[in-house]
Write a new protein. Structure first.
Length: 361
């Protein structure tokens, strides 16, 4: 699969808080913001109404509601926005997964994208190296099945001789696969199998270094690079910083640690990089202009936010584009309120479009 990609026209996505990750005050649970069909479907519909191109539907086991079931349902309640469904490789029977994804793509009239997750399957732990070998086999065979090809594959984790399911995606090919990971094994998998390589918030120079490294690893393959980050945008820088301070104003340090550790990927190389970024920040939590690490005090995964007035936020996104980023997955607290603010202050100032229609088989 290849893309016709204009780096000056990024995809800008929002985040569906399926894993109980929505707060008015970070780390303070609010039953009204807990993951549920009414709340999360409202986030997705709001993102669509506000003009976002795609929405990430994250996957957890102990956290929130099931992403695959949610995607099937919300596909019938939306018309335009793409659905970036997080799928944990190894968690279900591979042929059934292919049939589910093809069916959801039909329900969504061709709007499905796949966010490949390589963390442990609930109740089972694998060392990093075999876990990424499993992910690579699953990605390879899943793509073949969704491309409508027969499979005769005998690997370490996948042993299948099988025709593809009758259920096919709308265009007959595998939806684009978004994948992130910072260990050497993860980067090798991404270089070989992914369509979009996702990175978490970092300094602009470090993001540029990651893009250069992955471009070299991918060799003759063309990757699109995506950045997953939080946003706090207000009419003035002072108001944005005040909103950031308010967000963590009731955060208990022990509660924050517990929240970070409950994720299945809490010890991954990417999470450790986010922790290192936090340690290098100044007294206010900023590691460079407009990049605030306070979110990571109570969140595993993407642990920094772009914070500032509209000019600062747009400038930061432009800087990441200059570093090679062609897709953004943004979020903010609360997800409904910040979705409206980003749509008001940021989206009109950046030409953007979904990546999937630019894919060619």
């Amino acid at each position: 699969m290849s893309t016709v990609h204009r780096p000056d026209v990024p995809e800008i996505s929002w985040f569906g808080a399926l894993c109980d990750d929505d707060y008015e005050f970070l780390g303070v649970a609010d039953p009204e913001l807990a993951s549920s069909w009414p709340h999360c479907s409202n986030i997705v519909r709001t993102a669509e109404r506000n003009g976002f191109d795609n929405v990430l539907l994250p996957s957890g086991y102990s956290l929130g509601i099931d992403s695959t079931a949610f995607a099937a349902a919300v596909a019938t309640h939306t018309e335009r926005i793409d659905l970036l469904l997080a799928v944990r490789m190894g968690e279900m029977w591979l042929p059934q997964l292919a049939r589910q994804l093809a069916s959801i793509d039909q329900f969504a009239n061709g709007r499905l994208c796949i966010n490949v997750i390589s963390s442990d399957v609930p109740g089972q732990e694998l060392d990093s190296a075999p876990r990424y070998r499993r992910t690579r086999e699953w990605m390879h065979v899943l793509r073949r099945l969704l491309d409508g090809e027969s499979v005769d594959f005998h690997g370490e984790f996948v042993d299948l001789t099988l025709d593809p399911p009758r259920a096919r995606t709308m265009n007959g090919t595998c939806p684009p696969m978004y994948f992130g990971g910072f260990s050497p094994a993860a980067k090798e998998v991404a270089a070989a199998e992914a369509d979009v390589f996702l990175t978490w918030p970092d300094t602009v120079s470090n993001v540029a270094s990651t893009v250069a490294e992955m471009t070299a690893l991918a060799r003759d393959r063309t990757l699109v690079y995506g950045l997953r980050a939080h946003v706090i945008v207000r009419e003035s820088e002072a108001a944005a910083r005040a909103a950031a301070d308010r967000l963590v104003s009731r955060l208990d340090a022990d509660a924050g640690t517990a929240i970070r550790n409950r994720s299945l990927d809490a010890t991954s190389a990417g999470v450790q990089r986010q922790a290192s970024l936090r340690l290098s920040a100044d007294a206010d939590g900023f590691v460079e202009d407009a990049l605030w690490t306070g979110v990571g005090r109570a969140r595993s995964g993407a642990g920094a936010a772009i914070v500032g007035d509209p000019d600062q936020v747009v400038a930061k996104l432009r800087a990441y584009q200059g570093a090679g980023i062609g897709a953004f997955i943004l979020s903010g607290y609360t997800h409904l309120a910040e979705c409206d603010l980003v749509a008001q202050h940021v989206l009109p100032r950046i030409e953007h479009a979904p990546l999937k229609p630019r894919w060619t088989g």
